[in-house]
Design a protein. Structure first.
Lengths: 381, 578
């Protein structure tokens, strides 16, 4: 164990830890911005600087390992002054549009500016350097004016998603985050997982699908498990006025952490989609007790798109029915097919959108009731 | 921006061939980009993406490099003429403006086939005002002579064969006495004798000898060379590497160029001894891209040394094998920072790494690595040959040995000389520099390099060595720019900040925005439009950059800022509008 002092208090900590880790363990608050627990620390933003006794310069707590006899000051005058000034340097070139910014309320830069009461300097570019909404990606909204160059997006793409879309270009004050060789995100092989959005501490990267739809405090977060596949990713549904308006990563999710794929993060709009099927439907000819062979001629007709308000009915049309009716038809057809061609002529495909128990019952139905092993699950696709 | 339809296409054969020449090694990214730039395909998003595929790297990495290094540029490329923007060249221009005018003058005189760009200091301060014509160094040349320069005239090179009064020449002792491109001449004058002697003793004895000599690193920080090598030697892991830092990009510094130009074998010998002492088998010389002449000279020297079995496998039958490679940079001051240099050598943007771990533990390719300055290596053969005691006996100053100094600016004999440590500014000006120019009166000096202290006449008699920065006058890499009464300290500081703002890598907030903001303020003040509060803001920014920056670049910007404001408070107050 290593003996050290934080703000005059003697503590012991395991060797190999950073100042930030030790401070967290002992409830000492050190502000961070470029640091994220799921990413490699880089020491870029300099918000977490602390003073180490005997050191010529301030040290970034996120990357400085502890040593025996270290004496750390996390909140002395010099440290607080420098953090505030660093924030002001960021704010000077950041747009002053928190009022209409999508990130307000969950923006780490805004939180820190509040915490340090950092004023927006009179000088600076105020976020006028780059085009707003500059990338045609259908899910991700890019506004590099709000970027503070913490590089979390770069690391998230590289370390979590392994896609290496985002990178750093140019140098000095002109430094900017770019996709690939200065191309659009999709051209740079982006698969729209939105990891970069989840890790962005500001509004530089935000979601297009729910842009401007709700402030952070206006949504209720409902933890759920993704229904698209068998990995079991957990995330929060963002609910406003009883409507799901988005998905956000839950940093404490046991399986996936912050990570989600494009389906988990963005394919939620079916929930309130007007064309979503909420009742069973059957073909009209089935209700009429006919067989497919009886209506062969009208199928081709029915497949043509309907023109205008045409009321011409086809036996191929869908008709909404009650569950009992629909199931009766299915059961009848199953029994008939099984009798005629044997149990292995039937197959069952279950869904990740169903509960485990429901999938289990489906398995029982296939193997024990029908008598076939032809059963599979969409999560294997 | 709209999405282009993404269609697979094979890597174009010309790029495949270029990449193949480097074995498709990711480490060759910088060379490959430079080659593509001069190739008809030029650096475009397409060619960069293709090159990235050939090297199996993400395209953003190559694009990040292509936009990071100042000698690389996107798009179709004309022949480039780079006009030096360093403080010495600035002093030599009559107007002492912010440089825009000079670029315009050069552009109009050079003609349409040339693209004229500004560049940070070219390391040709003794030939100021200087330009770089593609990769050829030229100076002193004025804008009026642009036509001549484009036709191949390169100005007059400096000659240091004459020994100044009071000089003690060790590393520079063979200047003018040998042909730098002939190994026979070098060997006849005792070069490689140190290596031969070293190979007959054991590595540990060499380490001890260097440690006893008290040789301190000549890059500016003064870290003991022997101790660094000992760290590397003590690491269990192999291979270990030696890197020579020849990325001499700090304004005012030109000693490494002269040392390489006049005696390249001395450097190779020193590096080989370093390799033998610390158990390394391979070495790189990272030389700035602007020193193409010097890089070629080193390559010739390496070839010659290999043919004499002074480099390569089983050197002189000793069983020790050592290879040296030359790696050219592409224009980035930050690559002189040792971890940024290693990153650049590995084929990445030259951004500093987190420290610890330090290079002796985790350096090039993650292996134990010693990074030393050219001058440090050049001192080594002499110490091995003549002994640590001899080295210590060269001076009575606390820092042993001699140092290569540069004195520039408004003095009679500008240039380079070698002398023991502990000189005072007055001695440097009067004894070695031949006194102030006619009509010039000493006003201030920038000491060490661009990141050094700016001092007034109160500091003229302080002996200067690595420890004297505590007293307010720094040695740095040993350069002194002497300015007379005609130079405005405010405009001078603007030039310094101009350099740092252009060369900040952009990784950390204080340096990225702090240098930019300071330059804005100084631009205003130098133009006579200072505002109340400017000085305070500069002081606050300087303190922040010093305390909170990621690496030495940002941390040291404050040194000239603070010192000049301390010594010339009145001038600054006047520029602020009081």
């Amino acid at each position: 164990m290593i003996n050290l002092k934080i703000n005059g208090k003697s503590i012991q900590a395991e060797p190999g830890k950073t100042i930030l880790q030790v401070a967290k363990e002992h409830d000492v608050h050190v502000p961070t911005l470029c640091y994220h627990k799921d990413l490699s620390p880089t020491g870029n933003c300099r918000m977490c600087v602390v003073e180490v006794k005997g050191g010529r310069f301030l040290q970034a707590a996120c990357v400085t390992p502890i040593w025996e006899g270290m004496e750390i000051e996390t909140e002395n005058e010099k440290v607080m002054k420098d953090r505030k000034l660093t924030l002001e340097l960021m704010l000077a070139n950041h747009p002053v549009d928190c009022m209409i910014c999508d990130a307000a309320g969950k923006c780490e830069l805004q939180d820190l500016a509040y915490e340090y009461q950092a004023q927006i300097p009179a000088w600076g570019t105020k976020g006028t350097r780059y085009p707003v909404n500059s990338d045609p990606n259908p899910f991700i909204r890019v506004d590099m004016n709000k970027c503070i160059l913490c590089r979390r997006c770069v690391l998230a793409c590289e370390e979590i998603q392994g896609r290496d879309v985002w990178g750093v270009a140019k140098r000095g004050f002109d430094e900017i985050i770019v996709a690939g060789a200065g191309v659009t995100m999709l051209e740079a092989r982006c698969e729209s997982c939105g990891q970069c959005v989840a890790f962005c501490p500001t509004g530089a990267l935000s979601n297009k699908m729910n842009y401007g739809m709700a402030r952070a405090h206006q949504v209720k977060k409902v933890a759920t498990i993704c229904s698209y596949c068998g990995v079991g990713c957990q995330f929060d549904l963002l609910v406003k006025n009883n409507k799901v308006i988005g998905v956000s990563s839950n940093p404490d999710a046991p399986v996936n952490g912050m990570a989600l794929c494009v389906k988990g993060r963005y394919a939620y709009d079916y929930i309130h989609h007007p064309e979503r099927l909420v009742k069973p439907r059957v073909r009209k000819y089935l209700l009429e007790g006919k067989r497919k062979s009886d209506i062969r001629d009208s199928i081709a007709e029915g497949r043509k798109p309907k023109v205008g308000l045409s009321n011409i009915e086809s036996p191929w049309d869908w008709v909404e029915v009650e569950w009992d009716k629909a199931l009766d038809i299915v059961a009848e057809k199953f029994a008939e097919t099984r009798m005629k061609f044997g149990a292995d002529s039937l197959g069952f495909l279950t869904s990740a959108k169903c509960l485990n128990e429901e999938n289990y019952l489906m398995n029982k139905l296939a193997r024990q009731v029908v008598g076939t092993n032809n059963i599979d699950h969409c999560a294997r696709l | 921006m709209t999405n282009k339809k993404i269609v697979y296409h094979p890597i174009p054969p010309e790029i495949e061939i270029l990449a193949g020449r480097h074995g498709n090694e990711p480490e060759a990214a910088l060379e490959l980009l430079k080659e593509i730039q001069t190739h008809p395909s030029a650096l475009t998003t397409d060619s960069i993406s293709d090159a990235a595929r050939a090297l199996k790297l993400p395209p953003h990495q190559l694009y990040g490099m292509a936009t990071f290094y100042s000698m690389l540029s996107l798009g179709e490329r004309k022949k480039v003429l780079r006009v030096c923007d360093g403080p010495v060249c600035w002093l030599k221009r009559a107007t002492m403006d912010d440089g825009q005018q000079t670029i315009v003058q050069w552009s109009s005189k050079a003609g349409g086939q040339w693209s004229v760009e500004r560049t940070s200091c070219l390391g040709l301060c003794d030939r100021a005002p200087a330009v770089l014509v593609e990769v050829e160094q030229a100076g002193p040349v004025e804008a009026e002579e642009a036509g001549k320069v484009c036709d191949g005239w390169r100005g007059t090179p400096t000659d240091y064969s004459e020994v100044r009064k009071g000089e003690v020449r060790v590393m520079t002792s063979l200047i003018g006495k040998i042909d730098p491109d002939s190994i026979e001449g070098a060997m006849a004058n005792g070069i490689y004798d140190g290596l031969k002697k070293a190979l007959q003793t054991n590595p540990d004895a060499i380490l001890t000898e260097i440690e006893t000599s008290g040789l301190q690193g000549r890059g500016g920080a003064g870290f003991p060379v022997g101790r660094k090598w000992r760290f590397v030697a003590n690491e269990k892991r192999t291979p270990r590497y030696i890197i020579c830092n020849a990325d001499e990009s700090e304004p005012l510094i030109l000693k490494d160029r002269v040392l390489i130009d006049t005696n390249p074998h001395q450097l190779l010998e020193g590096m080989t001894i370093a390799g033998y002492a610390s158990g390394a088998s391979e070495a790189w010389i990272y030389i700035r891209g602007e020193y193409e002449y010097q890089a070629r000279r080193l390559e010739i020297a390496i070839e010659q040394a290999e043919s004499k079995n002074l480099l390569g496998g089983n050197i002189l039958g000793s069983g020790f094998s050592f290879n040296i490679h030359v790696h050219r940079g592409a224009g980035a001051y930050i690559c002189g920072e040792e971890t940024a240099l290693i990153e650049s050598l590995e084929g990445k943007r030259g951004e500093p790494r987190l420290r610890p771990p330090y290079p002796p533990q985790f350096g090039f390719r993650g292996q134990p690595t010693a990074v030393n300055n050219v001058e440090s290596f050049c001192a080594v053969p002499h110490i091995v040959k003549n002994g640590a005691e001899w080295w210590r006996s060269l001076t009575n100053a606390p820092t042993p040995g001699t140092k290569v100094y540069m004195v520039l600016g408004h003095i009679k004999n500008a240039g380079l000389f070698e002398a023991p440590f502990g000189l005072t500014l007055r001695e440097i000006i009067e004894d070695f520099g031949g006194g102030m120019e006619k009509g010039s009166k000493f006003q201030f000096a920038l000491c060490g390099g661009a990141a050094g202290t700016i001092v007034d006449k109160t500091m003229l008699d302080v002996p200067i060595d690595f420890a004297s920065s505590q007293k307010g006058i720094s040695l740095g890499a040993g350069s002194f720019l002497i300015c007379d009464q005609s130079v405005s300290p405010v405009a001078f500081l603007r030039e310094i900040l101009h350099f740092f703002a252009a060369e900040s890598c952009g990784k950390c907030t204080p340096c990225r925005v702090g240098t930019w903001r300071s330059l804005k303020i100084l631009n205003r003040m130098a133009a006579g439009e200072g505002q109340k509060g400017d000085i305070d803001e500069l002081k606050i920014l300087a303190a922040l950059m010093q305390d909170a920056s990621f690496c030495g670049l940002g941390q040291s910007v404050a040194i000239p800022m603070k010192s000049v404001m301390e010594h010339f408070g009145k001038e600054f107050a006047r520029a602020e509008g009081h």
